[in-house]
Write a protein that binds this ligand. Sequence first.
Ligand SMILES: NC(=O)c1ccc[n+]([C@@H]2O[C@H](COP(=O)([O-])OP(=O)(O)OC[C@H]3O[C@@H](n4cnc5c(N)ncnc54)[C@H](OP(=O)(O)O)[C@@H]3O)[C@@H](O)[C@H]2O)c1
Length: 239
Amino acid sequence: MITQASERVALLGASRGLGAAFFAELVQSSPKGEALLFSRNELLLQRLSETEELATNSEFKVSFKTADFSQTPDQEGVFERLRQFRPNRIFYFAGGGPFGPFEQKSWKDHQWALEVTFLFPARLLHLWMRGEILPPEGPPRQFVIAGSHVAEAQPDPLAASYAAAKHALRGLIQSIQEEAPNLDLRLFSPTYLDTKMLPKNAAPRLNGTPIIPVGQAAKSLHQWAYYETGPRHQIFNPR
Ligand SMILES: NC(=O)c1ccc[n+]([C@@H]2O[C@H](COP(=O)([O-])OP(=O)(O)OC[C@H]3O[C@@H](n4cnc5c(N)ncnc54)[C@H](OP(=O)(O)O)[C@@H]3O)[C@@H](O)[C@H]2O)c1
């Protein structure tokens, strides 16, 4: 069991969307601890780390590092910072890909989708499992990755490389979960969420598909990761 006093949480992809909502949930629910935030947008990370709530709580500390997960030198910088920080929980939220017919999108954009959504978190997980982020002996630790109920187990037309990356992520995590049943490695797979990932003209917004407030998903993720020990794959699809 991870105790509140030892909470050191790293959020990768924290500046907006589910990552930022999860951080807000964390700040609200944890009287003490330490969080390390990563993403590309420095201004947004800065704002998140300077809220009034944090200013009045000296027992919850926040730091951040900007990094582009699609770039190798930045990836190395993330690993280095994580080794220094020694998080007992890691949450990986970043993901995405080009929207449109597969052949009309550039190869560079498809590569980006695979790198940010699958390859980088897979490499981070590999290092983590080999004890290269945290020493193998030590307190309990957890690694949670955002999947997608929409794209990880069925076709997602016009988002082929994103869907390919999410299928790969699910295959990787579920295989490792069977290889290493004692690891607290989890996959959180939400349905459509009300974030910038879904632009104003996205099909689900236009065709009446339910789109869930992101705060609701963050709450559910927090409850599941921190307090529940059942299945390590959570499909978040409230109706
Ligand atoms: N929204 C949905 O409908 C939905 C549905 C199912 C699954 N999901 C999954 O849930 C997760 C969160 O989605 P979301 O809707 O919150 O997405 P979002 O609003 O697009 O936010 C993505 C976060 O990842 C960061 N990020 C993106 N690319 C990055 C890069 N190259 N390097 C570093 N950070 C990067 C972004 O920050 P910066 O821009 O500052 O870098 C941002 O903080 C994703 O894995 C997504 O696939 C979302």
